[in-house]
Design a protein around this ligand. Structure first.
Ligand code: COA
Length: 254
């Protein structure tokens, strides 16, 4: 079975992270598949809404750490950046269903979704500093905008998880539901959206986002350059090595 499932039904394209044994961590091939699916959905008149979902126990553990070490993203054409630019500029509505941990890009991709539904077991975290890295997906811009500076600093500098209710309070999620119902709830909302006039959905989303589309792209590019450089530096090497060896990282020398 593929690590990314793409399902089309009644105008809804559902993209499912399906690598549960590795906690839906995302490989280069999975970014490629998601970037391709978004590009196809953008160009396909029959697709009106996209849904991102994971499993009721796990949304995503973020980048696959081994894959990231072996195949670090090389430039803006790499699959991870194609995916990020694709989701950030996607013209039609995107609904996300999140249950369980949403780590790193598992959380930052949600800032580019229009409606987010969370299971009450959802745990959001952006532990880039703990990995010797820096924010990506324009999260250095979008997290302070949504959370306010001090809560953003807590999320991005400490990198500790926050739960579904806290995410609801800051506006990152629209509603908290039982984890067994999250994906169905998102599908029901997607069906409501799919029944509406597509041109109005697209124009409304464009108007809401138009003031910062180019800024988001610019920030993503700047973050990407730093992230790519930092991936190769000692702090990230130590953090990733520690993860692979199942030990605590030692940053005393970096
Ligand atoms: N990359 C690669 N493999 C990962 C992974 C990741 N980001 N996250 C989890 N896995 C793998 C583990 O190595 C383990 O593999 P194994 O069974 O071959 O040993 C398997 O998935 C299960 O993970 P485990 O940590 O045992 O699950 P858990 O339920 O105890 O914890 C998480 C779940 C998501 C909290 C935890 O796996 C985690 O923190 N992952 C790393 C998140 C991270 O730092 N992401 C990078 C962001 S840039």
């Amino acid at each position: 079975m593929s690590d990314i499932l793409i399902h089309h039904d009644s105008g809804i394209c559902t993209i499912t992270l399906n690598r549960v044994d590795k906690k839906n961590s995302i490989t280069t091939a999975m970014y490629q598949a998601m970037a391709d699916a978004l590009a196809a959905a953008q160009g396909d008149d029959a697709t009106r809404v996209v849904v991102f979902q994971g499993h009721e126990t796990i949304f995503s553990a973020g980048n696959d750490i081994a894959d990231f070490l072996n195949n670090p993203p090389a430039g803006q054409d790499s699959p991870v950046f194609r995916f990020l630019h694709g989701i950030a500029s996607f013209a039609k509505p995107i609904v996300a269903a999140v249950s369980g941990p949403a780590v790193g890009i598992g959380t930052t991709l949600l800032f580019h979704c229009d409606l987010v539904y969370a299971g009450d077991n959802a745990a959001f975290s952006m532990p880039f500093v703990n990995l010797g890295l820096c924010p990506e997906a324009a999260s250095s811009l979008l997290v302070p905008q949504m959370l306010g500076y001090h809560r953003a600093a807590e999320a991005l500098l400490l990198g500790e998880p926050f739960m579904a209710e806290a995410a609801l309070e800051v506006g990152l999620v629209n509603r908290v539901v039982p984890p067994t119902e999250t994906n169905n709830y998102a599908q029901a909302v997607a069906r409501k959206l799919a029944a509406k006039p597509l041109s109005s959905l697209i124009e409304t989303k464009r108007l809401m986002k138009k003031n910062q589309g180019s800024l988001v792209a610019q920030v993503m590019t700047e973050e990407g350059a730093s992230f790519g450089r930092m991936l190769r530096e000692p702090a990230a090497r130590e953090a990733f090595g520690a993860f692979m060896e199942k030990r605590k990282p030692d940053f005393s020398k970096v």
